[in-house]
Design a protein around this ligand. Structure first.
Ligand code: PNS
Length: 165
């Protein structure tokens, strides 16, 4: 049987413990997981550059060795999936609030590539309210984000916030 490759796409601006928990769960289900940072060079957005996000992801997923590759892509996720031979898209679900957006994306991706399956994984309860946007807001006002992001990411957030002031 051929290798089952899954993509875990996202903005990862920055990677949180919730994302990392999904990576850990995905590794148990698939032969290979590609964590892929989506970027839009026509309309750059976010706090960290795609390169900075990839570097942080590489550092905090290193424990998975060859099972995980970190990458970035521009354009449609379905095109990227075809290029790398992935059969599955992984998305994390926290609460019902995530559902509408995720449902729409999954159906649009199915419309674009009918043989590409979206699989939802649930992060641990502990991370139900962890979100990259909230982490950035808390870090902006000097709050403690240590329970939500790895230490190296917390340090990079603090540096970024200092640069911006
Ligand atoms: O972490 P996010 O921001 O919720 O991730 C959203 C992401 C990056 C998975 C989604 O915006 C995406 O797949 N972007 C790539 C462009 C694309 O294929 N858009 C159509 C999605 S239906």
């Amino acid at each position: 049987m051929s290798e089952r490759i899954a993509i875990y796409p996202g903005s990862f601006d920055p990677i949180t413990f919730g994302h990392l928990d999904i990576v850990r769960r995905a590794v148990r289900c698939f032969d290979h997981v590609r964590v892929a940072v989506a970027f839009n060079k026509d309309k750059p957005s976010g706090l960290f550059t795609p390169e900075e996000r990839v570097a942080m992801l590489e550092e905090v997923t290193a424990e998975h060795g060859d099972h995980v590759t970190v990458d970035s892509f521009y354009g449609l996720l379905t095109d990227y999936a075809a290029r790398v031979g992935a059969t599955t898209i992984i998305r994390g679900l926290r609460a019902v609030a995530d559902f509408d957006y995720e449902f729409q994306m999954a159906l649009m991706n199915r419309h674009l590539a009918s043989d590409l399956e979206t699989v939802f994984l649930m992060a641990d309860n502990e991370y139900l309210y962890t979100s990259a946007s909230l982490v950035k807001e808390v870090a902006h006002f000097g709050g403690d984000v240590s329970g939500h992001v790895p230490e190296t990411v917390a340090m990079k957030l603090a540096e970024k916030m200092k640069e911006r002031k």
